[in-house]
Design a protein around this ligand. Structure first.
Ligand code: PNS
Length: 172
């Protein structure tokens, strides 16, 4: 029986954008099972909790055949071993992504020589999208249509409501 191809698409997904969804849809075509996983390590200050990001991924990607949503703590390669994943997928938008991604791929390979890192390029209409720019637009009430699915737009609008910001002790 041919070996099952298991892929892992990790990220902060704070929040997931249409660009991430585009990459996940391309990645799932290349494997039998794709794990879209939220990193739990607090390396960046996130707007949404890990649990909320997993919930939002479930809402937007959970029903795509072959896709499984999860979160992990610690090293990515350890999670890849745990899942028995052979491929780590990452999206590449521009040359500016390359240096960081290249370094990360080589570190991951040094830590786990059997893993392959595959870079996928999103549809050009998403090349400029990033979770941070989306948050900036949402923060100042800008239009989000076409950038994120409606569920994410709703979550962003709620997160940037003055009452939510006050509860978090943040400034609008
Ligand atoms: O969406 P992001 O923030 O660009 O994703 C970065 C991610 C989650 C892929 C990266 O931070 C990661 O793999 N974190 C887990 C810790 C780890 O394995 N670090 C070693 C690789 S440099």
């Amino acid at each position: 029986m041919p070996k099952k191809i298991i892929g892992l698409y990790p990220g902060s997904f704070d929040p997931i954008t249409n660009g991430h969804i585009d990459i996940a849809r391309r990645a799932v075509k290349l494997c039998d099972e794709l794990h879209v996983a939220v990193v739990g390590n607090p390396s960046k200050k996130a707007l949404f909790s890990v649990e909320r990001r997993v919930e939002l991924l479930q809402k937007t990607m959970g029903r795509v055949p072959g896709v499984k949503i999860s979160s992990f703590n610690g090293l990515l390669v350890d999670y890849a071993r745990q899942l028995k994943a052979q491929i780590i997928f990452r999206g590449l938008r521009a040359v500016s992504d390359f240096e960081y991604e290249f370094q990360m791929a080589l570190i991951n390979r040094a830590l786990h020589p059997q893993i392959e890192v595959m870079f996928l390029v999103p549809n050009e209409k998403y090349i400029f999208l990033s979770s941070s720019s989306i948050k900036e637009v949402a923060k100042f009430g800008g239009k989000l249509k076409g950038f994120v699915p409606p569920e994410i737009e709703k979550a962003l609008r709620a997160a940037y409501q003055p009452s939510s910001l006050k509860a978090k002790g943040a400034r609008p």
